[in-house]
Write a protein of this length. Structure first.
Length: 247
């Protein structure tokens, strides 16, 4: 079933490999939310605000669960997102590299060379630099939950944005999808995103920061392999974290 909230003018449809090859055959009937809609103080229709807020909350809930997700990316390449809760850590593997985040810092590795090269840095504080590592992952064609959450929040603040919702099944998982368009002053002017009932990112299609991202979930399990959190064997590691003073 598809729900549509349209506060602005009709939007142009953005082509996407994923939408045409996988998503289109799965779309259900379209239900248009017609009639008058109340507008919140920030100018956002409540139905649209609810759709965007619910998906952001779904993604946040998944941050408390372990899982291992495998994706097909644009150009036929592969990516993976793995998360563990004890200890809390996550790894984002993309063609030619990977990012590992844990309470001790974030480790960025280039795996396209031998031996692999890794750099460990402190976790960034709040502010524009908070998503530096995630943005680097996006530049390689793999979008992450924090980046998607930022885009959903941007859409919540823009009254001209249009949002359409529908449900699909991907990799055997039921997922809720939103198609968002009409954004301005955001990393993406429009995008399509699906999230499973467990809060795992199921698909994303859009141009983010000038990078074409088109990823679809192919497999997901509740137990990530332990080896995905390890640094590449023989990697050259440079640690940029401040050294603790000697006692």
């Amino acid at each position: 079933m598809r729900n549509t909230a349209r506060p602005g003018t009709p939007r142009a449809t953005r082509p996407s490999v994923f939408r045409h090859a996988v998503l289109a055959p799965l779309l259900g009937a379209l239900l248009v939310l017609t009639g008058c809609q109340a507008i919140t103080d920030d100018g956002v229709a409540p139905d649209r605000a609810r759709l965007l807020g619910d998906m952001a909350a779904q993604l946040q809930r998944a941050s408390q669960r372990p899982y291992h997700a495998e994706y097909l990316l644009a150009g036929g390449t592969r990516g993976e997102i793995s998360q563990q809760t004890g200890p809390a850590r996550a790894v984002y593997a993309y063609p030619g590299g990977r990012l590992v985040i844990d309470p001790d810092g974030q480790t960025s590795c280039v795996t396209a060379v031998r031996p692999a090269r890794c750099q460990i840095r402190p976790l960034p504080g709040p502010g524009p630099a908070a998503h530096t590592g995630y943005s680097e992952v996006t530049r390689h064609g793999l979008v992450t939950a924090p980046i998607v959450t930022d885009l959903l929040q941007a859409a919540q603040l823009q009254s001209q944005a249009e949002v359409e919702a529908h449900d699909v099944t991907l990799a055997g998982q039921q997922a809720t999808c939103l198609e968002v368009s009409g954004l301005s002053d955001a990393e993406a002017g429009g995008f399509s995103v699906c999230v499973t009932a467990a809060g795992v990112l199921a698909s994303f299609a859009g141009v983010v920061g000038g990078v074409v991202v088109d990823q679809a979930l192919t497999r997901v399990t509740a137990s990530p392999p332990a080896e995905v959190f390890e640094l590449p064997e023989g990697a050259r590691v440079v640690d940029h974290r401040p050294k603790s003073p000697a006692p």
